[in-house]
Write a protein that binds this ligand. Sequence first.
Ligand code: NAP
Ligand code: GDD
Length: 327
Amino acid sequence: MKILISGITGQDGYYLSLLALKKKLEVHGIVRRNSQKTYGVWEYDPTNKEKIRFYYGDVSDKTSLDSIFRSVKPEMVFHLAAQSFVQESWSNPEVTYDVNIKGTLNMLNSFREYIPDGKFYNACSSEVYGKVEDELQNERSRMWPRSPYGVSKLAAYWTCINYRESYDLFVSNGILFNHESPCRGVEFVTRKISLAVAKIKLGLQKELKLGNLEAKRDWGFSGDYVLAMYKMLQQDEPDDYVVATGETHSVKDFVKTAFETVDLDYKDYVVTDPKYLRPAEVQYLRGDSTKAQKKLNWKPKVKFEELVEMMVKADLERLSRHEASCR
Ligand code: NAP
Ligand code: GDD
C-alpha cells in the first residue's frame, strides 16, 4: 500500500510518516527544493529519512504533481502542504491563496486524473470558524474566517466537498484544531514559548516577547491527530470531521505552565510586543470531536499539561546537548 504526502517536511508530515511506516505502508513525499535544508524535520532523523521516497515538486506547479502522481500511483493521498502560518498570511496573501487554494485544486485535479479510485485527505483547519458563535465548534458550526489563511482554508474545504459531490471521489476534510509537538515550527506560539523557556533556563535568553496573551486555543498533540487523519481514509465513505481535545486554554495559561515546568515565574520574563498582534484575531477556539470519536473510534491521549512539558523538556534536552533544534 502506497501513500503520498504533500507537506511531508512539516510537523504533521513527519508524525504521519512515522505512523505509516509503523503500519508498513510505503511512504512517498513531495518536497520543495531549497537552497539549504530541503528535508525539514527529516534532517534530524536520518534513520527514518532513509525509508521515505522523496520527489521534488510544488503544489502550485501542476506539472510537477502530474509527474509524481503518474509515477507513484498511490492508494492514499494526504494533502498537508500549505502556507500554514496565520500571521504571515496578512503579509503574503497572494502566496497564501496560491498555495492553499490553487495548490489544493492542483492536487485534486492530479488525484482525479491519475487515481480516481484512491482516497484523498485534505488538511482543513479550525481557523475557518474564526469569529465563533458556538461555545464548542463542530462540523455544523458557522464558518467565519478572520485571516487570509482562514479564508484560503475555507475555499479549499469547499473545493474538496465540491469535487467529492461532482465527481464521486473519496475526498475527506479533517477540520483540525491546533496541534503541537517538539517538531512544531518555531514561529508558532507554543514552540516559540517552549524554546524561549528552555533558553531562559539555560541562561541563553533574557526575555520572551509575545502578542495577545488572552487568545484561547484547543491545543492537542500532533502525534495523536495524525491517527485521526489516517482513520478518516480507512472509512468506507468520505466525510468531514472535527479533530480536537474539547479543552481550551489561553496563551497565558500555556506560558505560565511552561515556565512552571522549569520552576520559573513567567511574569519575570514575558513582555508584550504589539508587533505580534494580528489585524483580526481569532479569540477563542474549542472543538467538539464527538463525530470523530464515535465514527473513527478516535480520541486524543496527550493532555494539555503533558504537551507543554513534552515540548519544554525536548527543547531543554536538545539545547543541553548542543544539538540543532528539530526545525
Ligand atoms: P507545517 O509544519 O508548516 O508544514 C507545512 C508543509 O507544507 C511543509 O512541509 C512545507 O514545506 C509544505 N509546503 C508549503 N508550501 C508548499 C508548496 N508550495 N509546495 C509543496 N509543499 C509546500 O504545517 P503542519 O503543522 O504540519 O500542518 C499541516 C497541514 O495542516 C497544513 O495544511 C496546515 O495548514 C494544516 N493545519 C495545521 C494545524 C496545526 O495546528 N498544526 C491545524 C489545522 C490545520 P517546506 O518544509 O518546504 O516549507
Ligand atoms: N505565533 C505567535 N507568536 N502567536 C502569538 C504570539 C506570538 O508571539 N503571541 C500571542 N500569539 C497568539 C496568536 O495571536 C494566536 O491567537 C495564538 O497565539 C496562536 O497563534 P499560532 O501559534 O501562530 O497559531 P494559530 O492558532 O494562529 O494557527 C495555528 O493553528 C491553526 C488551527 O487553528 C496554525 O497551525 C494554523 O496552520 C492552523 O490551521
